[in-house]
Write a new protein. Sequence first.
Length: 342
Amino acid sequence: MSAIEFSVSPEQTGISFSAKEQAAEWFALLRSGDATDADRSQWEAWLAACEEHRNAWAYVQRVSNRFAPIQTSPDPRTTVGILQTAQGRLARRRRILLGLAAFGGTGLLSWATWRHTLLPARAWVADHHTGVGETRQISLTDGTRVWLGSASAFNEDFRPDLRRLHLVAGDIFIETAPDATRPFVVDTPHGRLRALGTRFDVRLEGRQTAVSVYEGAVEVRTAGSEATTVIRAGEQTRFDQQAIGETAAADPSREGWTQGILIAQDMPLSLLAAELARYRHGHLGVAPEVADLRVYGSFPLDSSDRALVMLASVLPIQVRQPLPWWSTIEARSGSAGKAASR
């Protein structure tokens, strides 16, 4: 596995797998209409037992709130299936959105809001953005090509003396066009990257920016300390506002996402699931007993459900779904194993 690994959502940090699963089970029971007074009393006791339980419950509620348009539908599971099918099918967007307008009075605004829930508010109005599960290729006026990953956004600012992109959210892959009179830069909250005739990937990862260079070179300058270094083809690093991390070998398989493919080469299941989670709505968790299973293969990013089916066919795992928007990868009953290939 390369030095730059797929990140886990910050909002899950500090909450154990078991606490989140217990919270989801309680949530499903209380929302089912089958909970008894005794069940509610037990839930209250569980909630009061420790702060971790309360944090886990709050996390489940946050995930649930993202699905408000779905929960008001007469048939939430069917709605989830339709919405997930809509992801990645941009050519059919108009017809799909018109069809979704009839769902329980939620309308187009609710659908649009739901699709972009994981984007920060400023990303909704960015010059270019994608929803969850969506990727897009854009050709800029100078001939530069930019690929946007899931839930990504950037602003474009081209001037007579400078070509500038501002990454607001997510992940972009850039293939710059030559222009001797106008430098090409990408700004993030952590600093500026200046392309030196190049193909490179930039991803926001919490309090850091990750950059991988596949052709040419990229100069990195931090926003705070103005530390500077050059990352060359075949290299990658992370940086924050004050410091630039160690340079490591770039993972060539990272380019696969621009073609809608997640390529795993001896990747821990937990990291693969974290990347798939970026391309689907709701929660995707991994039980600790299977988190370190090694995975090889290529998996579709435009259908994370199909990717999970593929994983379950070659690994000793199963996917449990107590709620339409809550999925858990766990050990298959009576199965054992440490690696698989596809």
